[in-house]
Design a protein around this ligand. Structure first.
Ligand code: BES
Ligand code: ZN
Ligand code: ZN
Length: 497
């Protein structure tokens, strides 16, 4: 989809649809909407009076052959209360309009930004909203008879100053949205099409194309490094594990500057292992590599956006299978750090592979870490598919920085408690540590504490994205399936240096 900025008078814009958002205020028809109303001989005033549109969030009213406009259709989108409307609402509004019009076979869209609203961050948001909305998850459907494509989107502002302000944001929005979509496309792949080896190949190809350094650790290297926790998960099936390491180095790194470590769980399929999961819904466990895909997508964006900070991405990848060689409950494994782990439940495998990845990232010199993982069903119970669960270490300032970044890009994240008492839950009976809590609830917290044991004193934040990385139902602004959550937050975090 081509996206451009324009400042032509809206009446002269040729498009299959002109989109304008309308606030849910007592005066619906005001500002630009009033101008359109005038051009259309008072049609909008009549519609508003009739109650046909009210401006409620994402309410769609499509008008055909509007008088006074060159565009063949006019779409009025509800934007909710004006004082609650922010960049995040604009992103959703743009995305929902695009999907609405795409389903009605529009190809050329003009999106009118309200008076004074077009700037760097709103142009970015419209681009992000549109491009992420445009991605469909129908790759494996052979019947594309109803294939619909949006060819172009023109973001329309007022005057050259607005237009100039939007150009940079538009380019940035495109880069970030394409990275988020790259992540989503990886997550959408089923496990027969995306094994750890294939994921590593795809990540390496991306890194090479983007000009990033990449190192793929194979099963031999992983064994040489004594990553016993990762190997214990991969031993249950025939697919060998991989650790994907991608490094971005800024042109002139400042001495003493932090080195960010982005670590992501990539279990390409989680059967649970010998502690096998129930059949019902197990197919969803193809998205258990979403944390890793998030980090790989983030690196793709950073290669283009070039932050002033070094970033090392470490993605451990494996299947979790219940084969004859699988680890069994009660097995004791030695992690790369030397800590011994009692594996009481083979389905709590994400924390095992992250233990070695976090330790390895520290060896590579990272000073500040964020991990993302579809770690626990418990976070779905706590926060549903609305908020990412955020778990911090001793350095609350680092957690605050991650939370602030999430807020800035409109991704909902919620900090969970990490009191020392929870740490007691994973004290081992026969080894240093056990991989599940001792039956006292708080499943997401004990999972986070397990990883924290390996992060040690290094500032660390864990994002549990089990509830938020996958949409069971399509949203007006996003197709059903992978969401690419946390990509925007982490790109923004790196760009803040
Ligand atoms: N991959 C799952 C977590 C998960 C659940 C992701 C639902 C997405 C949706 C993880 O490996 C797992 O199985 N965790 C167990 C931990 C338990 C055994 C302590 C869980 O949450 O049930
Ligand atoms: Zn599991
Ligand atoms: Zn898992």
């Amino acid at each position: 989809m081509q996206i451009t900025l324009d400042t032509k008078p809206f009446a002269a814009l040729e498009a299959d649809a002109l989109v304008s958002y309308v606030f849910e205020d007592s005066e619906l028809v005001q500002g630009r909407i009033a101008e359109i109303d005038q051009a259309a001989n008072g049609l909008l005033t009549k519609l508003a009076k009739s109650g046909e549109f009210s401006g409620k969030p994402l309410e769609m009213t499509l008008i055909h052959a509007p008088a006074g406009l060159k565009a063949t259709r006019l779409l009025l989108v509800g934007a909710g209360k004006k004082d609650k409307f922010d960049v995040a609402s604009l992103r959703k509004t743009a995305g929902a309009s695009l999907r609405y019009l795409k389903s009605r076979s529009a190809k050329q869209i003009a999106f009118l930004v309200r008076e004074g609203d077009l700037n760097d961050s709103t142009a970015q948001a419209v681009a992000e909203g549109a491009l992420t909305a445009d991605l469909e998850t129908d790759k494996y459907k052979t019947d594309k008879k109803n294939d619909k494509t949006i060819e172009s989107l023109v973001i329309v502002g007022y005057g050259d100053a607005e237009r100039a302000a939007g150009e940079k944001g538009l380019a940035r929005g495109r880069t970030i949205a394409e990275a988020q979509n790259f992540t989503r496309e990886l997550v959408n792949e089923p496990s027969n099409k995306l094994t750890p080896m294939i994921l590593a190949d795809k990540a390496a190809a991306m890194a090479k194309q983007a000009g990033l350094a990449v190192d793929i650790l194979d099963e031999k290297k992983i064994a040489d490094l004594k990553m016993g926790a990762l190997l214990s998960v991969s031993q249950g099936g025939p697919e060998p594990p991989r650790v994907i390491v991608i490094t971005y180095t800024p042109a002139s790194p400042k001495p003493g500057a932090p080195v960010l470590g982005f670590i992501g769980k990539a279990v390409t399929f989680d059967t649970g292992g010998i502690s096998i999961k129930p059949a019902d819904g197990m197919e969803k466990m193809k998205y258990d590599m979403a944390g890793g895909a998030t980090m790989i997508g983030v690196m793709r964006a950073l290669a283009a956006l070039k932050p002033n900070v070094k970033v090392i991405c470490v993605v451990p990848s494996t299947e979790n299978m219940p084969g004859g060689t699988a680890q069994k409950p009660g097995d004791i494994q030695t992690a790369m750090s030397g800590k011994t782990i009692e594996v009481l439940n083979t389905d709590a495998e994400g924390r095992l592979i992250l233990a070695d990845a976090v330790h390895y990232a520290k060896q590579l010199g990272v000073t500040h870490m964020v991990d993302a993982a579809t770690l626990t069903g418990a976070i779905v119970v706590a926060l549903a598919n609305i908020n990412v669960g955020v778990f911090g270490g001793a350095d609350q300032a680092w957690t605050d920085k991650v939370l602030a970044s999430a807020k800035a890009v409109g991704e909902k994240m919620w900090q969970m408690p990490m009191d020392d008492e929870y740490r007691e839950f994973i004290k081992g009976s026969f080894a240093d540590i056990q991989n599940i809590g001792s039956g006292k609830g708080g499943g997401s917290i004990t999972g986070a504490w397990f990883i924290r044991e390996f992060a040690g004193d290094t500032p660390w934040v864990h994002l549990d994205i089990a509830g938020t990385a996958w949409n069971d139902d399509a949203k007006p602004w996003l197709a059903k399936g992978p969401t690419g959550v946390a990509v925007r937050t982490l790109v923004n975090l790196a760009m803040s240096y």
